[in-house]
Structures are given as structure tokens and as C-alpha cells.
Ligand binder design. Structure first.
Ligand SMILES: Cc1cc2nc3c(=O)[nH]c(=O)nc-3n(C[C@H](O)[C@H](O)[C@H](O)COP(=O)(O)OP(=O)(O)OC[C@H]3O[C@@H](n4cnc5c(N)ncnc54)[C@H](O)[C@@H]3O)c2cc1C
Length: 473
């Protein structure tokens, strides 16, 4: 069979690119280096038989916001989303917790004197999201909804530090810190507010779901749909050099810029090579998966009902830890993101047992063992937690990169998402997806709109390919 396009890498963006091209009538080959597809969406028995852990992504607000994923019949292909009772909880040393609920009014109502400030900050974004989604999850362009985008940009391009001034209570400030820290940026950086706004909005629109059976379920549903429309997938095909691939009208790489340089650098202009070599990475992550004897005994009841728990206490404590990551400092009290899948999905662990997933941010490439520090941080808000641990699996940033070469130094966003690289990833170009070599494209999280499981980088890269092919005939 003649191949029109090859996509290298079957992460969410590789799958999205392959589907978009196949839908347009091209014959597409999706080549994955590992034996299983999924990239950041794999699930495996990392600790003990019967305990199914999400190796990378686990909570999927960005997938539910994705206009592209929404357009696909994924439920028909086996995808089943589970909404935890509470999207996210944020415990404090005093035993109380702030909570991010599906209802924006309920969330605000629990923030006391900050209720109005929360509504003022988030509600306009929630209301305008349906008009702006395609503008936000896209490369830089003239927006379809310019006025709404301007309103959003005036908040999103600010620092998390500037936004927190709207809040007086430790609850609202801490909740905001937990949301903004998903950016992996110091809170004093321009645009460090953007991800916090988008993730809060996601909770109030489509929730923060997990996937029944594990994130692999999303990868499998995407692959099943791709095959149903005639696409072909080959696993175990690691691409070292672009010249090893069969001829095709377009080749798209779901890889990072550094890897792309190794694979196809000999075809690029020296200017483009120099641009790619200057691409910058943010902090890495240190991750632990636990097999547990029971649910985590959080002091605050809300945390026992939450899919995600943000550990880090106050705004100030989290701000300090996140800033330290950029200065090469290891925090003894880091911001920890924790997910409790088995509370809501009984397929994840044997009866009566549980799984938990957690990571903290560390300086890029750090080799320090954060196991005790992370477990102390959980124990701080859930006394008795350590006694529940039956087995654990840990990955430091270097092991994360060895697992997936896209996570350079453990950076899970495919590169820093500060203002300098938010729209110009991987380089300042008319189209961020085109390389300097005709027919070679980048479609990974190292292109706009960046990290997370949403497939929009792959979708836009594929649209660029289709546009180029239509004008070249
Ligand atoms: C610990 C961790 C937790 C995360 N949690 C979340 C979360 O809860 N929610 C969320 O939305 N996001 C999360 N993310 C981020 C998310 O997983 C990534 O942003 C996303 O997977 C990026 O998608 P991608 O398609 O660009 O690349 P990837 O998912 O990295 O996929 C790239 C694929 O390409 C393959 N590949 C690479 N090089 C080659 C080659 N040369 N030849 C052949 N194949 C190759 C790789 O094997 C891989 O399968 C997390 C990431 C990590 C690491």
C-alpha cells in the first residue's frame, strides 16, 4: 500500500495528527518506537500484579477541553471517563481543605469572603470558553473571538503573584497556588497564571476525569478509531534517522526538538538547527506510584473524595518550592500532585487495595531521591499513610527521560512554557509545525499549544500539512 504520510510517535499528538490526516483521505502510517502505543498515556502494573498504574498522565481536564478529541466517536471505541466526586482538594496544616468542584458556585461558596473574587476571576473564562477554545488551544493567529480573547489574555498573561492579590483567605490563595503550579513556572513569571485559569475552567465545564482502566484506554480508543478509518500502526519501530523511513509526502515527528535534530538535522538549514538547539526546558518531575493496603487516610474529608489532591499547604510555601526548582534547589516541602484513581475505578487494584500516583517538581535532570520527601509530604496531611504502603515504583527525571526521550531532564511539558516559548515553540517561525526541510514537520507538545493530553498540537500540525499539500499540487 502506498503511504502518503508517516507520523513518528504514538503519543496523544502523534495519534491526533495521524487521525486528522487519515480523515482527510491520506494513507497514514503511525510508527511507534515502543512495543505499545500511547506515549504519555500508558498504564502498566508498575508495582505488583493487579495494580494498574498510569505511568505518566492520569487526570484529563485537557482531553475533555480538546475540540479535536470532542469531535471523535471515542466512546464507541471503548473510552469511558470517570468523574471523581470532587475534582481537586487542597489540604492545609489545620486539617481543613479548599476544594475545586464541578459547580463554580459551590467552589466559590466554600471560599468565604473570597467567593466574589473567585467568581470574578473564573466565571468570565468559563462563560466565554465555548467561543474561545479553538483560539486558545492553537498557535498564534488572529482570533475568531478577539474581544473575548483580549479579556482572557489580560488575565492569563499576568503572573500568578499578581492574580493572588485578589484573594484574602489562605484557602483561596492555596487553591490558586495549586492550580498555577501546574505551569511549572515561578509565580513571578509572566503568563504563570494561564494554566491555572484554564485548569480551573476545565473543572467547572467538563470536570477533571480519569479514564476507566487507566490512561491507556484513551490511547487505545484513539488507535481503534484511527484503524477503523483505514490507518496503519507499526509498533517497535524506533526511528533513528529520517532516511530509514519509506518515501512519503509528509513526515511528522511526535518528538522533542533535540531528538528531531538527531533524526533529521542533516536535512535542516543551519539557521533552523541553531534555533532548535536553543530550545529551553523547564523543571523535571520525580514520580512515585504506590500499591496501598487501603485508601489514603487524609485528615480532611474532602481529600478522601477527590480525584486529585494538591499538597503544599499555603501559597507562600508552594511559591517558594516552585521558584527553587528554577534555581537548582531541592525543596524539603515540595508541591506534590497526587491522584487517587482506585477510589473511583475499581479496576485499578485488587479488592480492598488501592493505587496512588504522585509527583513533585525538581530541577531539570536532578538525580536526587525524593521518595522520603514526597512520602513525608503525604503523611503530613494523611497521618498513617506510610503504614498503608505495600509497594512503590519510583522514577527520577533521568529515568523519566530514559522511558520517553521527549521528557528531557524530566520536563513533562515538552519544554518550558514561559512567555518566550508559549507561542514560539520550538522556534520563532511563520508556522511552528513546519521545519526548514520540505515535507518534515514537528507535531509534539514542543509545538503550540504545548504540554498535556489534548492532541491539539498534532491536530494543528496535520492541518498545516494538509494546507501545504493542497497548495503544492
Ligand atoms: C509523570 C507525568 C504525569 C503527567 N500527567 C498528566 C496528566 O495528568 N494530564 C495531562 O493532560 N498530561 C499529563 N502529563 C503530560 C502529558 O503526558 C504529555 O504532555 C503528553 O503525553 C505529550 O504528548 P505528545 O504526543 O507530544 O508526546 P508523548 O506522549 O511523549 O508521545 C511521544 C511518543 O513518541 C514515541 N517516540 C519518541 N521518539 C521516537 C522515535 N524516534 N521513534 C519512534 N517513536 C518515538 C514515544 O515512545 C512516545 O510514544 C504527564 C506527563 C508525565 C511524564
Amino acid at each position: 500500500m502506498e503511504i502518503d504520510a508517516i507520523v513518528v510517535g504514538a503519543g496523544p499528538n502523534g495519534l491526533a495528527a495521524a487521525i486528522t490526516l487519515q480523515q482527510a483521505g491520506l494513507q497514514v502510517l503511525l510508527a511507534e518506537g515502543k512495543e505499545t502505543i500511547g506515549g504519555g498515556m500508558r498504564t502498566a502494573e508498575l508495582t505488583l500484579p493487579g495494580f494498574h498504574h498510569d505511568v505518566c498522565s492520569s487526570i484529563h481536564p485537557m482531553a475533555t477541553l480538546s475540540p479535536f478529541f470532542k469531535s471523535l466517536p471515542l466512546a464507541v471505541h471503548g473510552l469511558s471517563l470517570i468523574q471523581p466526586t470532587i475534582a481537586a482538594a487542597h489540604p492545609f496544616d489545620n486539617g481543613h481543605a479548599a476544594v475545586l468542584k464541578h459547580s463554580i458556585e459551590e467552589t466559590a461558596g466554600l471560599l468565604g469572603e473570597d467567593a466574589a473574587a473567585y467568581l470574578q476571576l473564573i466565571k468570565p473564562v468559563v462563560n466565554d470558553w465555548p467561543y474561545m477554545a479553538e483560539d486558545i488551544l492553537a498557535p498564534l493567529h488572529f482570533p475568531k473571538a478577539p474581544f473575548r480573547m483580549l479579556q482572557f489574555g489580560l488575565k492569563a498573561m499576568r503572573t500568578a503573584d499578581a492574580i493572588v492579590k485578589r484573594f484574602k483567605t489562605p484557602e483561596a490563595r492555596g487553591l490558586w497556588a495549586g492550580m498555577a503550579a501546574h505551569s511549572l513556572l515561578p509565580f513571578s513569571y509572566t503568563s504563570s497564571a494561564a494554566i491555572g485559569l484554564v485548569l480551573s475552567t476545565a473543572a467547572h465545564l467538563d470536570g477533571w476525569p480519569l479514564i476507566q482502566g487507566g490512561s491507556q484506554g484513551l490511547a487505545d480508543a484513539l488507535a481503534s478509531y484511527f484503524i477503523s478509518i483505514g490507518g496503519e500502526i507499526r509498533t517497535g519501530l524506533y526511528v533513528e534517522n529520517v532516511d530509514q523511513l519509506p518515501p512519503a509526502r509528509a513526515i511528522l515527528f511526535d518528538t522533542g526538538p533535540k531528538q528531531l535534530l538527531q533524526i533529521a538535522g542533516h536535512r535542516f538549514s543551519s539557521f533552523y538547527k541553531s534555533q532548535l538547539s536553543k530550545y529551553r526546558y523547564g523543571p523535571g518531575v520525580f514520580k512515585i506510584d504506590w500499591a496501598l493496603d487501603g485508601p489514603i487516610p487524609f485528615t480532611a474529608e474532602e481529600c478522601r473524595l477527590a480525584g486529585t489532591v494538591h499538597l503544599g499547604n499555603t501559597y507562600e510555601e508552594i511559591a517558594l518550592a516552585e521558584k527553587g526548582n528554577w534555581q537548582g534547589k531541592i525543596s524539603e516541602k515540595p508541591y506534590v500532585l497526587l491522584a487517587q484513581q482506585s477510589l473511583f475505578d475499581i479496576t485499578r487494584a485488587p479488592e480492598g487495595k488501592h493505587t496512588a500516583w504522585a509527583y513533585c517538581h525538581v530541577p531539570n535532570g536532578a538525580v536526587v531521591d525524593m521518595t522520603a520527601i514526597i512520602e513525608n509530604q503525604v503523611e503530613r496531611f494523611a497521618p498513617g499513610f506510610k503504614k498503608m504502603i505495600i509497594a512503590r515504583h519510583v522514577m527520577n527525571p533521568q529515568q523519566m527521560q530514559a522511558y520517553n526521550p521527549n521528557y528531557i531532564g524530566g520536563d513533562i511539558n515538552g519544554g518550558a512554557i514561559d512567555i518566550r516559548q508559549l507561542f514560539t515553540r520550538p522556534a520563532l517561525r511563520w508556522s511552528p509545525y513546519r521545519t526548514s526541510a520540505k515535507g518534515i514537520y514537528l507535531c509534539s507538545a514542543s509545538t503550540p499549544p504545548g504540554g498535556g493530553v489534548h492532541g491539539m498540537c498534532g491536530y494543528h500540525a496535520a492541518r498545516q500539512v494538509l494546507n501545504d499539500l493542497s497548495t503544492s499540487v
